[in-house]
Design a protein around this ligand. Sequence first.
Ligand SMILES: Nc1ncnc2c1ncn2[C@@H]1O[C@H](COP(=O)(O)OP(=O)(O)O)[C@@H](O)[C@H]1O
Ligand SMILES: [Mg+2]
Length: 332
Amino acid sequence: MIQRLKIALLMGGDSGEYEVSIGSATVVNKYLDAEEFDVYPILMKARNWTYTSPEGTAYSVDKDDFTLTLEQEKVYFDCAFIAIHGTPGEDGKLQGYLDIIGIPYTSCDLTTSAITFNKYFCNDLALQYGMNVAKTIIVRSEFNLDLNGIITEVGLPCFVKPNKSGSSVGVTKVYQSIELLDAVKKAFSEDDEVLIQQFIKGREMACGVYRTNGEVVVLPVTEVISKKDFFDYEAKYTKGMAEEITPANISTSELEDCQSITRELYNKFNCSGVVRFDYFLTEGKWWFLEVNTVPGFSEGSIIPKQVLASGNKLNLFFRQLIIEAISQKSKV
Ligand SMILES: Nc1ncnc2c1ncn2[C@@H]1O[C@H](COP(=O)(O)OP(=O)(O)O)[C@@H](O)[C@H]1O
Ligand SMILES: [Mg+2]
Protein backbone atom coordinates (compact mmCIF):
# COMPACT_ATOMS: atom_id res chain seq x y z
CA MET A 1 0.00 0.00 0.00
CA ILE A 2 1.33 3.43 -0.87
CA GLN A 3 1.59 5.63 2.21
CA ARG A 4 -0.18 8.89 1.48
CA LEU A 5 1.49 12.08 2.68
CA LYS A 6 -0.38 13.82 5.47
CA ILE A 7 -0.77 17.50 4.71
CA ALA A 8 -1.96 20.17 7.15
CA LEU A 9 -3.63 22.79 4.96
CA LEU A 10 -3.46 25.96 7.06
CA MET A 11 -6.06 28.64 6.40
CA GLY A 12 -7.79 31.60 8.01
CA GLY A 13 -5.43 33.67 10.10
CA ASP A 14 -5.75 36.94 11.95
CA SER A 15 -5.82 39.65 9.31
CA GLY A 16 -8.23 41.32 6.90
CA GLU A 17 -7.26 38.58 4.42
CA TYR A 18 -9.11 35.81 6.33
CA GLU A 19 -11.73 35.27 3.61
CA VAL A 20 -9.13 35.45 0.86
CA SER A 21 -7.20 32.70 2.62
CA ILE A 22 -10.27 30.44 2.74
CA GLY A 23 -10.60 30.95 -1.04
CA SER A 24 -6.96 30.02 -1.59
CA ALA A 25 -7.13 26.92 0.61
CA THR A 26 -10.28 25.70 -1.15
CA VAL A 27 -8.44 25.69 -4.47
CA VAL A 28 -5.33 23.99 -3.03
CA ASN A 29 -7.54 21.30 -1.47
CA LYS A 30 -9.38 20.77 -4.73
CA TYR A 31 -6.18 20.18 -6.69
CA LEU A 32 -4.22 18.02 -4.22
CA ASP A 33 -4.55 14.48 -5.51
CA ALA A 34 -6.40 12.29 -2.97
CA GLU A 35 -4.41 9.23 -4.13
CA GLU A 36 -1.20 10.83 -2.97
CA PHE A 37 -2.22 13.18 -0.15
CA ASP A 38 -4.42 13.03 2.93
CA VAL A 39 -5.33 16.69 3.33
CA TYR A 40 -6.48 18.05 6.70
CA PRO A 41 -7.78 21.63 6.35
CA ILE A 42 -7.04 23.44 9.61
CA LEU A 43 -8.76 26.72 10.32
CA MET A 44 -6.60 29.02 12.39
CA LYS A 45 -8.05 31.97 14.26
CA ALA A 46 -5.86 33.30 17.05
CA ARG A 47 -5.27 30.33 19.36
CA ASN A 48 -8.07 28.20 17.92
CA TRP A 49 -6.58 25.79 15.43
CA THR A 50 -9.35 23.45 14.35
CA TYR A 51 -9.76 20.58 11.93
CA THR A 52 -13.34 19.67 11.06
CA SER A 53 -13.79 16.12 9.74
CA PRO A 54 -16.02 15.38 6.73
CA GLU A 55 -18.58 14.12 9.30
CA GLY A 56 -18.56 17.57 10.92
CA THR A 57 -16.66 16.75 14.11
CA ALA A 58 -14.24 19.48 15.19
CA TYR A 59 -10.82 18.55 16.58
CA SER A 60 -8.29 20.94 18.08
CA VAL A 61 -4.68 20.73 17.01
CA ASP A 62 -2.34 19.74 19.85
CA LYS A 63 0.09 22.66 19.72
CA ASP A 64 2.75 20.80 21.72
CA ASP A 65 3.60 18.62 18.74
CA PHE A 66 1.30 19.86 15.94
CA THR A 67 -0.76 16.65 15.81
CA LEU A 68 -4.43 15.76 15.67
CA THR A 69 -5.96 13.07 17.84
CA LEU A 70 -8.93 11.64 15.95
CA GLU A 71 -11.21 8.79 17.10
CA GLN A 72 -9.12 6.06 15.50
CA GLU A 73 -5.69 7.57 15.00
CA LYS A 74 -3.18 10.21 15.90
CA VAL A 75 -2.18 12.25 12.85
CA TYR A 76 1.44 13.35 12.44
CA PHE A 77 1.92 15.69 9.50
CA ASP A 78 4.53 15.33 6.76
CA CYS A 79 4.16 18.93 5.60
CA ALA A 80 2.17 22.11 6.28
CA PHE A 81 0.76 23.87 3.24
CA ILE A 82 0.50 27.50 4.32
CA ALA A 83 -2.46 29.20 2.66
CA ILE A 84 -2.73 32.01 5.22
CA HIS A 85 -2.13 35.50 3.81
CA GLY A 86 -1.02 38.04 6.37
CA THR A 87 -0.34 37.16 9.97
CA PRO A 88 0.54 34.51 11.16
CA GLY A 89 1.15 32.71 7.83
CA GLU A 90 3.08 35.31 5.85
CA ASP A 91 5.08 37.17 8.50
CA GLY A 92 7.25 34.42 9.93
CA LYS A 93 5.29 33.56 13.06
CA LEU A 94 3.96 30.22 11.85
CA GLN A 95 7.29 29.49 10.22
CA GLY A 96 9.05 29.89 13.58
CA TYR A 97 6.52 27.61 15.29
CA LEU A 98 6.81 24.93 12.58
CA ASP A 99 10.62 25.13 12.74
CA ILE A 100 10.50 24.42 16.46
CA ILE A 101 8.24 21.41 15.95
CA GLY A 102 10.27 20.28 12.89
CA ILE A 103 7.53 20.23 10.24
CA PRO A 104 8.38 21.20 6.63
CA TYR A 105 6.24 23.98 5.16
CA THR A 106 5.62 25.37 1.70
CA SER A 107 6.55 29.04 2.20
CA CYS A 108 9.69 31.14 2.75
CA ASP A 109 11.53 30.69 6.05
CA LEU A 110 11.03 32.79 9.18
CA THR A 111 13.60 35.47 8.34
CA THR A 112 12.58 35.99 4.72
CA SER A 113 8.87 36.00 5.62
CA ALA A 114 9.35 38.54 8.42
CA ILE A 115 11.54 40.89 6.39
CA THR A 116 9.50 40.79 3.20
CA PHE A 117 6.21 41.21 5.06
CA ASN A 118 7.55 44.46 6.43
CA LYS A 119 7.18 46.68 3.35
CA TYR A 120 9.54 49.32 4.73
CA PHE A 121 12.46 46.96 5.37
CA CYS A 122 11.75 45.10 2.16
CA ASN A 123 11.81 48.31 0.13
CA ASP A 124 15.17 49.25 1.63
CA LEU A 125 16.61 45.87 0.74
CA ALA A 126 15.19 46.00 -2.79
CA LEU A 127 16.86 49.41 -3.16
CA GLN A 128 20.18 47.91 -2.06
CA TYR A 129 19.66 45.10 -4.57
CA GLY A 130 19.55 47.75 -7.30
CA MET A 131 15.80 48.18 -7.79
CA ASN A 132 13.96 51.45 -8.35
CA VAL A 133 11.69 51.93 -5.34
CA ALA A 134 9.22 54.63 -4.33
CA LYS A 135 10.39 57.26 -1.85
CA THR A 136 8.79 56.17 1.43
CA ILE A 137 8.25 57.69 4.87
CA ILE A 138 7.34 55.54 7.85
CA VAL A 139 5.28 56.87 10.75
CA ARG A 140 4.61 55.10 14.03
CA SER A 141 2.01 57.46 15.46
CA GLU A 142 -0.76 59.57 13.96
CA PHE A 143 -0.01 62.41 16.38
CA ASN A 144 2.28 65.40 15.74
CA LEU A 145 2.80 64.53 12.10
CA ASP A 146 4.46 67.13 9.91
CA LEU A 147 1.91 66.64 7.14
CA ASN A 148 3.28 69.43 4.94
CA GLY A 149 6.83 68.17 5.32
CA ILE A 150 5.72 64.66 4.32
CA ILE A 151 3.93 65.96 1.22
CA THR A 152 6.97 68.01 0.24
CA GLU A 153 9.05 64.83 0.50
CA VAL A 154 6.83 62.33 -1.37
CA GLY A 155 4.67 64.65 -3.53
CA LEU A 156 1.03 64.29 -4.55
CA PRO A 157 -0.74 62.08 -5.26
CA CYS A 158 0.80 59.66 -2.78
CA PHE A 159 -0.07 56.27 -1.33
CA VAL A 160 -0.78 55.65 2.33
CA LYS A 161 -0.71 52.04 3.51
CA PRO A 162 -0.18 49.83 6.53
CA ASN A 163 3.45 48.66 6.68
CA LYS A 164 2.44 45.05 7.28
CA SER A 165 -0.76 44.09 5.51
CA GLY A 166 -2.07 42.81 2.19
CA SER A 167 -4.95 42.71 -0.33
CA SER A 168 -4.95 46.55 -0.34
CA VAL A 169 -6.70 46.56 3.05
CA GLY A 170 -6.21 50.04 4.55
CA VAL A 171 -4.53 51.45 1.41
CA THR A 172 -5.54 54.94 0.16
CA LYS A 173 -4.44 57.05 -2.78
CA VAL A 174 -4.25 60.59 -1.48
CA TYR A 175 -4.69 63.51 -3.90
CA GLN A 176 -4.80 66.49 -1.56
CA SER A 177 -2.97 67.25 1.70
CA ILE A 178 -6.30 67.64 3.47
CA GLU A 179 -7.02 63.90 2.90
CA LEU A 180 -3.72 62.72 4.33
CA LEU A 181 -4.57 62.49 8.03
CA ASP A 182 -7.73 60.41 7.48
CA ALA A 183 -5.79 58.06 5.22
CA VAL A 184 -3.09 57.69 7.88
CA LYS A 185 -5.75 56.93 10.53
CA LYS A 186 -7.34 54.32 8.27
CA ALA A 187 -3.98 52.60 7.73
CA PHE A 188 -3.31 52.66 11.49
CA SER A 189 -6.47 50.59 12.00
CA GLU A 190 -4.61 47.73 10.24
CA ASP A 191 -1.10 48.08 11.63
CA ASP A 192 0.98 50.02 14.14
CA GLU A 193 3.24 51.38 11.40
CA VAL A 194 2.12 53.35 8.35
CA LEU A 195 3.89 54.17 5.11
CA ILE A 196 3.41 57.28 3.04
CA GLN A 197 4.79 56.64 -0.38
CA GLN A 198 5.56 58.43 -3.60
CA PHE A 199 3.10 57.53 -6.38
CA ILE A 200 4.69 55.38 -9.06
CA LYS A 201 3.14 56.03 -12.44
CA GLY A 202 3.27 53.09 -14.79
CA ARG A 203 1.82 49.75 -15.82
CA GLU A 204 1.30 47.37 -12.90
CA MET A 205 2.86 43.93 -13.39
CA ALA A 206 3.28 40.76 -11.34
CA CYS A 207 5.64 37.83 -11.78
CA GLY A 208 5.51 34.55 -9.87
CA VAL A 209 8.51 32.34 -9.16
CA TYR A 210 9.07 29.04 -7.35
CA ARG A 211 11.61 26.29 -6.88
CA THR A 212 11.20 22.69 -7.92
CA ASN A 213 13.88 19.96 -7.95
CA GLY A 214 16.25 22.63 -6.67
CA GLU A 215 15.74 24.77 -9.82
CA VAL A 216 14.19 28.25 -9.79
CA VAL A 217 11.30 28.50 -12.27
CA VAL A 218 10.10 31.99 -13.22
CA LEU A 219 6.48 32.16 -14.38
CA PRO A 220 5.06 34.37 -17.16
CA VAL A 221 4.36 38.02 -16.34
CA THR A 222 0.84 39.37 -15.72
CA GLU A 223 -0.32 42.93 -16.33
CA VAL A 224 -2.99 44.16 -13.95
CA ILE A 225 -5.41 46.71 -15.33
CA SER A 226 -7.78 47.89 -12.63
CA LYS A 227 -11.14 49.46 -13.36
CA LYS A 228 -10.76 51.33 -10.07
CA ASP A 229 -8.29 54.15 -9.47
CA PHE A 230 -5.76 51.55 -8.31
CA PHE A 231 -5.72 47.80 -7.59
CA ASP A 232 -7.80 48.07 -4.42
CA TYR A 233 -9.64 45.31 -2.49
CA GLU A 234 -12.76 45.62 -4.64
CA ALA A 235 -10.77 45.47 -7.87
CA LYS A 236 -8.87 42.44 -6.59
CA TYR A 237 -11.86 40.36 -5.53
CA THR A 238 -14.85 41.47 -7.61
CA LYS A 239 -15.24 39.74 -10.93
CA GLY A 240 -14.88 42.16 -13.83
CA MET A 241 -13.27 44.94 -11.77
CA ALA A 242 -9.76 44.22 -13.02
CA GLU A 243 -8.17 42.55 -15.99
CA GLU A 244 -5.16 40.35 -15.32
CA ILE A 245 -3.60 39.87 -18.70
CA THR A 246 -1.39 36.77 -18.77
CA PRO A 247 1.03 36.72 -20.45
CA ALA A 248 1.39 40.50 -20.35
CA ASN A 249 1.55 42.39 -23.62
CA ILE A 250 5.16 43.57 -23.24
CA SER A 251 8.20 43.34 -25.49
CA THR A 252 10.55 40.37 -25.39
CA SER A 253 13.29 42.44 -23.81
CA GLU A 254 10.92 43.81 -21.16
CA LEU A 255 9.82 40.24 -20.41
CA GLU A 256 13.41 39.05 -20.15
CA ASP A 257 14.29 41.95 -17.84
CA CYS A 258 11.34 41.25 -15.56
CA GLN A 259 12.02 37.53 -15.37
CA SER A 260 15.73 37.97 -14.72
CA ILE A 261 15.04 40.60 -12.00
CA THR A 262 12.49 38.23 -10.46
CA ARG A 263 14.94 35.32 -10.42
CA GLU A 264 17.62 37.52 -8.88
CA LEU A 265 15.31 38.88 -6.20
CA TYR A 266 14.06 35.37 -5.35
CA ASN A 267 17.66 34.30 -4.76
CA LYS A 268 18.78 37.49 -2.99
CA PHE A 269 15.81 37.43 -0.60
CA ASN A 270 16.57 33.70 -0.09
CA CYS A 271 13.00 32.71 -0.92
CA SER A 272 11.39 29.28 -0.86
CA GLY A 273 8.07 28.08 -2.22
CA VAL A 274 6.07 30.21 -4.61
CA VAL A 275 6.46 33.95 -4.33
CA ARG A 276 4.93 36.79 -6.38
CA PHE A 277 6.89 39.96 -7.03
CA ASP A 278 4.87 43.05 -7.99
CA TYR A 279 6.27 45.87 -10.10
CA PHE A 280 5.48 48.92 -12.13
CA LEU A 281 6.85 49.22 -15.66
CA THR A 282 7.59 52.86 -16.42
CA GLU A 283 9.26 53.92 -19.64
CA GLY A 284 11.13 50.64 -19.93
CA LYS A 285 12.25 50.66 -16.27
CA TRP A 286 11.06 48.20 -13.61
CA TRP A 287 10.06 49.61 -10.23
CA PHE A 288 9.76 47.25 -7.30
CA LEU A 289 6.40 47.48 -5.48
CA GLU A 290 6.28 44.53 -3.10
CA VAL A 291 6.69 40.80 -2.63
CA ASN A 292 4.00 38.36 -1.59
CA THR A 293 5.40 35.22 0.01
CA VAL A 294 1.95 33.60 0.34
CA PRO A 295 0.29 34.82 -2.87
CA GLY A 296 -3.38 34.16 -3.62
CA PHE A 297 -4.25 30.71 -4.98
CA SER A 298 -7.95 31.08 -5.72
CA GLU A 299 -8.86 30.32 -9.29
CA GLY A 300 -9.12 33.98 -10.29
CA SER A 301 -5.72 34.76 -8.72
CA ILE A 302 -2.61 35.69 -10.61
CA ILE A 303 -0.42 32.70 -9.66
CA PRO A 304 -2.84 30.00 -10.88
CA LYS A 305 -3.22 31.93 -14.15
CA GLN A 306 0.57 32.15 -14.57
CA VAL A 307 1.01 28.46 -13.76
CA LEU A 308 -1.50 27.50 -16.47
CA ALA A 309 0.06 29.96 -18.94
CA SER A 310 3.45 28.33 -18.30
CA GLY A 311 2.03 25.01 -19.50
CA ASN A 312 1.90 23.45 -16.03
CA LYS A 313 -1.18 22.06 -14.28
CA LEU A 314 -2.40 23.17 -10.86
CA ASN A 315 -2.38 19.66 -9.37
CA LEU A 316 1.24 19.17 -10.45
CA PHE A 317 2.21 22.66 -9.28
CA PHE A 318 0.80 22.28 -5.75
CA ARG A 319 2.41 18.82 -5.60
CA GLN A 320 5.76 20.36 -6.64
CA LEU A 321 5.52 22.88 -3.77
CA ILE A 322 4.95 20.12 -1.20
CA ILE A 323 7.62 17.76 -2.53
CA GLU A 324 10.16 20.61 -2.64
CA ALA A 325 9.34 21.66 0.94
CA ILE A 326 9.79 18.10 2.21
CA SER A 327 13.00 17.51 0.28
CA GLN A 328 14.54 20.84 1.36
CA LYS A 329 13.75 20.07 4.99
CA SER A 330 15.27 16.60 4.78
CA LYS A 331 18.58 18.22 3.68
CA VAL A 332 18.81 20.30 6.86
N1 LIG B 1 3.59 53.79 -4.57
C1 LIG B 1 2.57 53.37 -5.33
N2 LIG B 1 2.39 53.91 -6.55
C2 LIG B 1 1.33 53.51 -7.33
N3 LIG B 1 0.42 52.62 -6.95
C3 LIG B 1 0.56 52.04 -5.73
C4 LIG B 1 1.64 52.39 -4.86
N4 LIG B 1 1.54 51.67 -3.72
C5 LIG B 1 0.42 50.93 -3.87
N5 LIG B 1 -0.17 51.14 -5.06
C6 LIG B 1 -1.44 50.50 -5.52
O1 LIG B 1 -2.08 49.93 -4.39
C7 LIG B 1 -2.14 48.50 -4.49
C8 LIG B 1 -1.87 47.87 -3.14
O2 LIG B 1 -0.61 48.26 -2.63
P1 LIG B 1 0.47 47.24 -2.12
O3 LIG B 1 1.65 47.99 -1.67
O4 LIG B 1 0.70 46.17 -3.14
O5 LIG B 1 -0.25 46.61 -0.82
P2 LIG B 1 -0.93 45.19 -0.55
O6 LIG B 1 0.08 44.40 0.19
O7 LIG B 1 -2.10 45.52 0.30
O8 LIG B 1 -1.28 44.57 -1.86
C9 LIG B 1 -1.12 48.15 -5.56
O9 LIG B 1 -1.45 46.94 -6.19
C10 LIG B 1 -1.19 49.37 -6.49
O10 LIG B 1 -2.30 49.30 -7.37
MG1 LIG C 1 0.04 44.20 -3.40
